[in-house]
Ligand binder design. Sequence first.
Ligand code: PMP
Ligand code: GLN
Length: 370
Amino acid sequence: MEQKETIFTTISRLAQEYNAINLGQGFPNFDPDPRMVNILKELADQKVHQYAPMKGNPKLISRILQLTDHFYQRKLTPENVLITAGATQAIFTAITALVNNGDEVIMFDPAYDCYETPILLQGGVPVRINLTFPQYRIDWEMVEAKLSTKTKMIIVNNPHNPSGATFTESDLDQLENILERYPKLIVLSDEVYEYISFQPHLSCHNREILRKRSVIVSSFGKTLHITGWKIGYMIAEKQLLDQITQVHQYNVFSVNSLCQEAISKFIEIDEVEALSSFFKDKKQLFLSRIQNSKFKILPSGGTYFQLLDYSNISDESDGEFALKLIKEYGLASIPVSGFYKDKSDHKVLRFCFGKDDESLIKASEILCQI
Ligand code: PMP
Ligand code: GLN
């Protein structure tokens, strides 16, 4: 297996070294809600310092059940929820539990970076299919051509990092159709940006067949601006989740007790509901200011990422161009070729607009000078 630093780590390190505005790594550079931070401070004096229950804090699980009922009209029981150390651990644990030697796993490039390693460690075979460019849609005919009785899992990410592309009803239809024809296949649906969607989010929670056969992954890091707390969760039918829990109990056993308790006391449906308009305003602020720049703005329906095509400006590779932006202009972004196994370079950079307004304004001024 390749041993290398993740592109996010590399870019953040360079951003620091060159004192650049960091629109590279996806994390908010503003504080989370002070009320939640106060809850955390108060909890530090209480008896919440020992192991949380293995599957998660029951109050937090019951909050998750409320969210899932409210946003997806899906009524679940605590048996369907497993709280994890961020979405990364959820994904790692689910793949470890469900993928075995020789199993094929279909995944789509550009892909978030944590999918491949657990597949390889299990002796599984990643089957990578490039999304269309520049729409970043799944080519279902290509999927059809790669499906076989060896296919154990399809990993989908909606809304999609890095492109911001979102599913249509037809994507959900296609997935359901495949599940009906391949009875052993499981969908791992990475929906960490479910609440940062600028149109109604079309989740695997929405469909009957997908509910039964999907492991759906969420992250409070995205939803509450607390990426460093590393609290996420997954939802699946009991029989599927039981298999994953077998691995979870030896992988991490249980997750940070203090942070789980603080989230359970803070999170409200209203807060979550307000998230998409909060990020819509940020997106609008950023995009309105780079409208007249030489960068081409690619369409996106969700996440706090925006892809910009610089092919009108330079022929350099996206890695070279990203490095130049950091060193010469003081602005960090992520070269999208880093998300492709075949290093496809469409001359596109990813910018995170989940940042304070001052950073977005300064970044847009820089982009307009280039
Ligand atoms: N999946 C995607 C698509 C992500 O962008 C991220 C992190 N930004 C994760 C998973 C991991 O989430 P967490 O930080 O909760 O581990
Ligand atoms: N998910 C974040 C992003 O896409 C990065 C998190 C990480 O550095 N692993 O930017």
